[in-house]
Design a protein around this ligand. Structure first.
Ligand code: RUQ
Ligand code: CUA
Length: 663
């Protein structure tokens, strides 16, 4: 059979096996499912699960086993619900070298690790379309930092962490010239580069910085995972399109029987850096961080250190891997490197120790641009036979078993790491992409459940027009056989997810921002310091919110075309009492201020009149009373600036005429 017709058969079987499967659960196994996922009112879930939102650019936080959505944390996408990316304090988080980019495609959440185990400090996630890596703080469930990745296009193989967060990695899914320039697409093979990025993470603060990049042949670097234990010091990236097609990849990148896993020795890279083997490549990229004052600022990187395998021999090896591999996963012992060949009917398992031996003995089959290609037989530990079709991703339970998602045959296949024999298969509904076991890519998986993150929903929920709920499924994995317990919808398209036991972080949650430590330059820490200041046509309204009023709540002397900055500080020092702020006619999202926090909204009034503002978050019995008025007069009007707060007399002084306009 020609390769093309193999592909056709495989794709046809997708239609047959994927979505047409009867959705009957295994007989007799749902009896106690309800009990197993039931979390009684007032009780907590056992795990926090962090699921990527895919093309909605956020992170969804769910409780397991209930599947309840707890939170939706905006990362790369503006979120009008809380003003993320709209407020003056957060806008700069979305700065890139392409300007303000208010959206991304976020795929792979990665929990920070200590000694190869999730430590509950941070969550990293990649932005695929405008290459970026974000870091969330898990004591606040807030995005704290976003670093742009230059020389990359489609930061997909990212942001997988090394055992102690020494690095988070990124690899370009789409090769492009690095630095990018005007060349013919026909020159793909000579002018394009596949660049991998290693980002240093400061162990105390989590702060990220690009340490170095590696220039590799122009393949598509798809997914990654770092080594652990004995393989600590290495990182593995799958690559497809070793054919180097530059159009119609569906066919052109499906020719070779094997593509590669790129094995990168990052300790070797560090040595080469020290020996000044890297060249400086100019690159402009944004690095955005929330400061101690809660305000995001952008800094600019102007270059990277670029390593090549030619200048740093021993840096990179290719492991031949069948058939357009997608996921690459390292088992808890660090010995096995498992690939998911999207079009393969087996699961190849490489051995790290065999790889070391093959390198020592120079068991090379070929060389690609100075990179030794190791012999398949020299590194392969075994192949899982008949696992189903279309393996994508593998997670581990820590008890000697691996679980691989099979996209085409729409199932999870459980197999033994001892003999690579399949021990169980269970259908998913439908077409599973990633799967996730709590801690399932770490040295000590927490186990208990596997979650299927499915691509197609079809008939699993009440229909909602052409677009259906995205779908996850929870399976118990404590017994020999996997048991489906629960379907639950997710928001956005979940790709990867990670989970950890709730007790790791639940008692470390910030309940409020200490008001007295608020460093925002426009914070008002009491109603006494609220005020309105005009500087030309810029007006700063420094105001406070507390149950159940704003101070001031009556402002006159604003003119059409002014830039009015509402700086609203929430004076509450009580958990779970945010206030909101919205004003009629604002071309902006609302603000949502957490207790002790200041947020700023800019409004440029376009017409004269009276404009109410109000609190959007139901905060007390008198929430509806939490409102105020602003009077907007024509351009050039001499209506004096007036407001009703205690500062009015002192700030406005004698020149303010009749004094405070009444309380
Ligand atoms: S990739 S399945 Cu980013 Cu597998 Cu989504
Ligand atoms: Cu404050 Cu409603």
């Amino acid at each position: 059979m020609s390769r093309l017709s193999t592909l056709a058969v495989v794709l046809a079987s997708l239609a047959a096996a994927g979505c047409g499967r009867a959705n009957a659960p295994r007989v007799g196994e749902v009896g106690d499912a309800a009990e197993k996922v039931y979390v009684a009112p007032g009780k907590y879930d056992e795990f926090y699960a962090f699921m990527s939102g895919g093309f909605d650019g956020q992170v969804g936080v769910y409780g397991l086993p209930s599947g309840r959505l707890l939170r939706h944390v905006p990362v790369f996408s503006q979120n009008p619900e809380n003003g993320w990316g709209y407020s003056e304090q957060t806008k700069a988080m979305l700065t890139t070298s392409y300007g303000f980019v208010p959206w991304d495609d976020a795929h792979h959440p990665q929990l920070s690790q200590t000694a190869g185990v999730p430590d509950g400090r941070w969550l990293f996630i990649n932005g695929n379309n405008t290459p970026r890596i974000a870091r969330l703080d898990l004591s606040r469930f807030e995005t704290e930092e976003i670093l742009e990745i230059p020389n990359s296009a489609g930061n997909h193989s990212s942001p997988f962490v090394t055992e102690n967060n020494e690095y988070v990695v990124g690899g370009t899914r789409f090769s492009i010239p690095a630095p990018n320039r005007d060349v013919s697409i026909e020159d793909y093979k000579t002018a394009f580069d596949g660049v991998l990025t290693f980002v240093r993470v400061d162990s105390a603060t989590g702060r990220m910085a690009i340490a170095f990049q590696i220039r590799l042949p122009a393949f598509d670097y798809d997914l990654a995972h770092a080594g652990k234990g004995p393989s600590h010091g290495w990182a593995f990236f799958t690559s497809y399109n070793s054919e180097q097609g530059n159009s119609k990849l569906e066919v052109n990148a499906s020719q070779n029987d094997k593509d590669y896993i790129a094995a990168i020795d990052w300790k070797r890279a560090e040595a080469c850096l020290e020996q000044r083997k890297a060249t400086a490549v100019p690159a402009r990229y944004a690095h955005n961080r929330l400061g101690e004052d809660g305000i995001a600022r952008s800094e600019w990187g102007d270059g990277v250190k670029m390593l090549t395998p030619a200048a740093c021999p021993g840096l990179a090896y290719y492991l031949p891997t069948p058939k357009s591999p997608h996921g690459v996963d390292v088992d808890p012992t660090g010995e096995f490197i498992v690939a998911g060949g999207k079009l393969a009917a087996l699961i190849p398992v490489h051995s790290f120790s065999k790889m070391q031996k093959a390198i020592a003995e120079k068991a090379f089959a070929a060389e690609v641009k100075g990179i030794p290609v190791l012999k398949y037989e020299a590194t392969i530990a075994g192949e899982v036979q008949n696992p189903g079709l279309g393996p994508l991703h593998t997670e581990f339970d820590g008890k000697g078993y691996a679980y691989t998602s099979m996209f085409i045959s729409s199932e999870i296949t459980k197999w033994s790491l001892k003999d690579f024999k399949v021990v169980d298969r269970v259908p998913t509904y439908y077409s599973i992409g990633h799967l996730m076991i709590p801690g399932g890519d770490s040295r000590k998986p927490f186990g208990k459940y596997v979650v299927a993150l499915n691509k197609i929903t079809k008939d699993r929920y009440l229909p909602t027009g052409p677009e259906l709920a995205h779908s996850a499924q929870l399976y118990e994995i404590t017994g020999e056989r996997m048991k489906l317990l629960l379907d639950f919808p997710t928001i956005g398209e979940p790709h990867y997810a990670q989970a950890l036991p709730a007790e790791l972080i639940q008692d470390r949650q910030l309940k409020m921002y200490p008001l007295m430590e608020n460093k925002d330059p426009y914070a008002a820490k009491s109603e006494k310091t609220t005020r309105v200041e005009r500087k030309g046509n810029v007006v700063h309204v420094v105001m406070t919110s507390v149950r159940s009023h704003f101070m001031p709540d009556k402002i006159e002397g604003i003119r059409v075309g002014d830039s009015v900055y509402f700086h609203v500080t929430n004076l509450e020092q009580d958990w779970d009492v945010p206030h909101g702020f919205a004003v009629l006619g604002a071309n902006n999202a609302e603000l949502l201020m957490m207790p002790g926090q200041t947020r700023t909204l800019v409004w440029v009034p376009q017409r004269v009149g009276i404009f109410p503002f109000y609190c959007t978050d139901f905060c007390s019995a008198l929430h509806q009373e939490m409102q105020g008025y602003i009077r907007v007069s024509p351009k050039g009007s001499n209506v004096p600036l007036k407001w009703n707060s205690p500062s009015y007399q002192t700030v406005a002084g004698a020149g303010a005429g009749a004094g405070a306009p009444g309380q």
